[in-house]
Design a protein. Structure first.
Lengths: 288, 429
């Protein structure tokens, strides 16, 4: 039973981490390697707003998410727009940006274990004899809300439909009057906000450390590769596969191999089905 | 014409600034003598790195303020050159730390290597480099592997340059952790042990040795979990411990994420006493605030006395007060007091021998007998490991404390203990 409960929690954690990455790639074909850095920066931003500006926790969270959205939009508008369409340059630019943010935070003194965010609700509850703290239940709730919101937004909202149109066929969408750059700005802003939501939900379970940026990036990439780059459904399915495999590994093999699962999933996917479970971009090449 | 004159003026100014920066032309530096450079390869973003840097700098400041070091007839100041090895970060290769050690020797002209490298693997690899450059090194933080002093003993002529002034796993386990576990067994009636270790050499070695010896002494070893550096979720491992009725969780982790383990332990109300034989996060005064008090009852070893307040020797609280005054918080953990002692031990050796030559310093260090912050400091003449003890009058003593109501209360060794172990309310029958 503990495997089922903690498997679901771990899967939603992975889905939350990866959904922003997959959204940006799905819409603008931009591999945002600064995703992990955006996750960490949100944590430090909320911490700073609470402890330095003495703002209320909820206000700090909302303000941080707005700032993250602006940061995401600015990253596209001032940096990525210049290298759009040049795949290698996009990777280098976003990776360099991520590194610069993380190392700047470290240089700025954000090191050690003293940076933490408070949990939303203190305490734990027993679910069929297994203790689960409320923050983990909130992770599941936030995961469900985010996934549902994304589905509703992309199926019933004009901007959401335009984003979907871009994801399906950029040229056809442009012919229908959808502004490609503006959609990419929105995608980057939303991707950053989603990274922020993941950080705000997951960081109260631990502490805010710069190194988390690298871990989150690796896990997001693993989920997106297994699910199929750019496929939201694939990402969620992959998050559940990797999430459960990790918990089963910890329970029956060794905690030591926890991270190996994600890396192994990348390797196996790249060998057997390079486009991932739901990726379509390389299907034809694979068949050939 | 005017432009040329300005360029000439700027050129001359730069020349003068350049000349003044050379010690021979600088009146201040000349008066103080040529500095004795302590090259410190440290992982400065981590507890064991920054505590060592602070300890070293505090001692150097005190020694320089008191007139410096007498080398023959000359008075010379110490100078600390710190370079970041990043060797405690996950995935950072040992070769990076070695490059830093080499840079300190070749570019910063370090007379001695002090403090690190911090990670055991890097410290072991650096031994060959120290031997190649015949550079005396005193290790004081991070690296706890017994292989370090065993290598010195096995190949003395090659590795005689390597000293360690802090603890090592062999003694910590046999001389401190096992006696404390036996004390817990006798006084609190607990005997089921669950082990959680980080996947690094010293932690694995500590976990294995403790499990073996505790098992031989009547402890039931319920299970062992090994976590990669950087792990942030320990819930499944903790649930395993709970399911198997563990009564004490032995933690050996030097990563900052170990504070997460304690938060999760509290949230899940795991009925087992957390005993962090090495738990970097819990060592620090900021741990209480960082865990919002959830780390209460966690026990932690800080390897050497002085890294938490106690009255081990008359110098202990003097050091604690000086550190607190300079940095605004008490010594934060392993690496502070031992690194603080390095400049004093070197000063003593240099003044006795009157030379900076490696061979002379080695001979002098082997004869060191100094009452320091954490007891009597003497090096084993064959393996250059500081001689440990549970009595500060006999040797270097360690410290195990427990977090109680926001304070680090020393509970071991008994000679310096300031309180008794308490159990969390959900463990009381």
């Amino acid at each position: 039973m503990d495997i089922l409960i903690y498997g679901i929690i771990n899967s939603f954690s992975l889905a939350l981490m990866a959904i922003g990455f997959t959204l940006v790639y799905g819409i603008s074909r931009l591999p945002n390697f600064a995703h992990g850095a955006l996750y960490v920066i949100t944590g430090f931003l909320v911490w700073s707003l609470i402890h330095l500006l003495k703002l209320n926790y909820v206000i700090s969270i909302l303000l941080a998410l707005v700032i993250m959205g602006l940061i995401g939009a600015a990253i596209y508008r001032f940096i990525l727009i210049r290298v759009r369409g040049m795949a290698t340059s996009e990777i280098i630019a976003t990776y360099a940006l991520g590194l610069a943010i993380l190392e700047f935070l470290r240089w700025g003194g954000f090191k050690g274990m003293t940076y933490t965010l408070p949990v939303f609700i203190e305490g734990s509850v027993n679910i069929v004899g297994i203790p689960v703290d409320f923050q983990r239940i909130i992770v599941i709730a936030v995961g469900i809300v985010v996934v549902s919101f994304m589905w509703i937004f992309t199926h019933f909202n004009k901007t959401g439909l335009a984003l979907r149109g871009m994801a399906q066929d950029e040229h056809a969408a442009m012919m229908l009057g959808i502004d490609s750059d503006w959609m990419a700005v929105i995608a980057m802003a939303m991707g950053s906000i989603l990274a922020g939501i993941a950080a705000i939900t997951l960081l109260p379970l631990g502490n805010i450390v710069v190194e988390a940026g690298y871990n989150v990036l690796i896990l997001s990439i693993a989920v997106c590769i297994v699910g199929g780059l750019g496929s939201w459904v694939g990402a969620i399915l992959a998050a559940f596969m990797i999430g459960f495999l990790q918990i089963i590994t910890v329970a029956y093999i060794q905690s030591h191999f926890h991270m190996v699962v994600a890396l192994l999933a990348i390797i196996v996917t790249l060998i057997l089905r390079p486009s991932g479970l739901f990726g379509r971009q390389k299907e034809l090449e694979e068949r050939v | 014409m005017k432009g040329k004159r300005s360029i000439l003026l700027v050129g001359i100014s730069f020349l003068l600034i350049g000349l003044l920066s050379i010690p021979t032309f600088s009146a201040t530096a000349y008066a103080q003598g040529k500095p004795i450079v302590l090259g410190a390869p440290l992982a400065t973003a981590f507890l064991y790195g920054w505590t060592a840097e602070k300890g070293l700098k505090l001692a150097v400041e005190e020694i320089n303020a008191a007139g410096g070091v007498t080398v023959g007839r000359e008075k010379r100041p110490f100078k600390v050159e710190v370079m970041d090895t990043r060797d405690l970060e996950p995935g950072v290769p040992v070769s990076d730390a070695l490059l830093v050690v080499e840079k300190l020797i070749l570019e910063k002209n370090a007379d001695f290597i002090a403090g690190g490298p911090v990670r055991s693997e890097a410290a072991l690899a650096a031994m060959d480099l120290l031997s190649k450059y015949k550079k005396v090194s005193i290790l004081s933080t991070g690296a706890l592997t017994p292989a370090y002093h065993k290598r010195v003993e096995a190949e003395y002529d090659k590795f005689k340059y390597c000293f360690r002034i802090s603890g090592e796993v062999g003694w910590l386990v046999t001389g401190e952790f096992i006696p404390k576990l036996m004390d817990i067994k006798a006084k609190l009636g607990l005997n089921k042990l669950f082990i959680m270790v980080q996947d690094v050499a010293h932690a694995r070695a500590t976990g294995d040795l403790t499990a073996k010896l505790a098992g031989e002494k009547g402890w039931e070893i319920i299970g062992k979990e090994i976590y990669p550096t950087g792990t942030t979720d320990f819930s499944v491992g903790l649930l395993k411990a709970r399911k198997d009725n563990a009564q004490v969780i032995l933690i050996v982790m030097d990563m900052p994420e170990s504070s997460v383990l304690l938060k999760q332990w509290f949230d899940l109300k795991i009925p087992a006493l957390p005993f962090g034989t090495i738990i970097a996060a819990a060592e620090q005064p900021g741990f209480w605030k960082a865990t919002e008090g959830k780390g209460e009852y966690c026990m932690a070893s800080v390897v050497n006395a002085g890294n938490a307040p106690s009255n081990a020797t008359p110098w202990t609280m003097k050091f604690v007060d000086a550190y607190t005054k300079k940095y605004g918080l008490e010594p934060e953990g392993y690496g502070a007091s031992s690194s603080y002692m390095i400049p004093y031990v070197l000063k003593d050796a240099i003044e006795r021998t009157g030379s900076l030559k490696s061979e002379d310093i080695i001979a002098a260090l082997e004869k060191t007998d100094l009452m320091g912050v954490y007891g009597r400091i003497k090096f084993h003449p064959k393996n250059h490991q500081v001689i440990p003890s549970v009595d500060p009058a006999e040797g270097a003593v360690g410290t195990i404390f427990q977090w109680q109501a926001g304070k680090r209360v020393v509970v071991f060794p008994s000679k310096i203990a300031m309180g008794e172990i308490k159990l969390p309310p959900w463990m009381k029958k």
